[in-house]
Design a protein around this ligand. Structure first.
Ligand code: CA
Length: 226
């Protein structure tokens, strides 16, 4: 099951991501409406958790745009403002359900389960992610190319998993950095490049064909064609 969390507060976004991942959901995080639309354009989500108060586009506007674009994933609106007005507005804009903040995590999980049952989408919980001759076991965190085992550090694992969950699509350095290192990362600006370099060395240690390609002016793409 794949979830998109749209939430501008890093602390809440991080908490939701961690909690949902512990429940075996694959989670992407967008910190504003525009990037939420980009994520949705590039992937199929089983549920979208959408905060109302976002910088730029509001959650209501994002919801409306998604529905205009015929995105039919269930949308659960999250908001600190629990007035009845917002509830109506949320449902009018095409949301499926509405959860006032603060909420108990258990309550959130129950709502997500209800929504995904309703949408009757087929859950996909692949334990092993594969692409070309690359395999990544999401339980043991072991990678393989063909028969060759590859040892990964926790960050390298997270990076490779991220690419495998978004194959063949250009991912910007910012998307990668925010997903792996968080929104409030203030370390070296080239951290993504450094880790991609490490990862490439490991993936191509036996002269295998490159899988992580540089997309000029953007970032990187996992692909088996140049
Ligand atoms: Ca907010």
């Amino acid at each position: 099951m794949r979830v998109l969390v749209v939430e501008d507060e890093d602390r809440i976004a991080g908490f939701l991501k961690k909690g949902l991942e512990e429940e075996s959901y694959a989670v992407d995080v967008a910190f504003d409406g525009v990037s939420a639309l980009e994520w949705v354009a590039g992937a199929q989500y089983d549920v979208i958790l959408l905060d109302v108060m976002l910088p730029g586009l509001t959650g209501f506007e994002v919801c409306q745009i998604l529905r205009q674009r015929s995105v039919d994933a269930p949308i659960l609106m999250l908001t600190a403002r629990d007035e009845i007005d917002d509830r109506v507005k949320g449902l009018d804009s095409g949301a499926d359900d509405y959860l006032p903040k603060p909420f108990a995590f258990k309550e959130l999980l129950a709502r997500i389960r209800a929504l995904t049952r309703r949408s009757a989408s087929t859950p996909t919980t692949d334990v092993v992610l594969t692409f070309a001759d690359l395999q990544l076991d999401t339980v043991t965190h072991k990678a393989k190319r063909g028969q060759r085992d590859i040892e990964l550090t926790p960050k390298e694992y997270a990076l490779l998993e991220f690419f495998l969950r978004h194959p063949r699509r250009p991912l910007s350095r910012t998307q990668v950095r925010e997903s792996i290192w968080g929104y409030n990362y203030f370390g070296a600006s080239n951290v993504v490049d450094v880790y991609v370099r490490h990862l490439r060395q490991k993936l191509e240690a036996n002269g295998e064909s490159p899988l992580l390609h540089t997309v000029r002016g953007v970032g990187y793409r996992l692909d088996d064609v140049e």
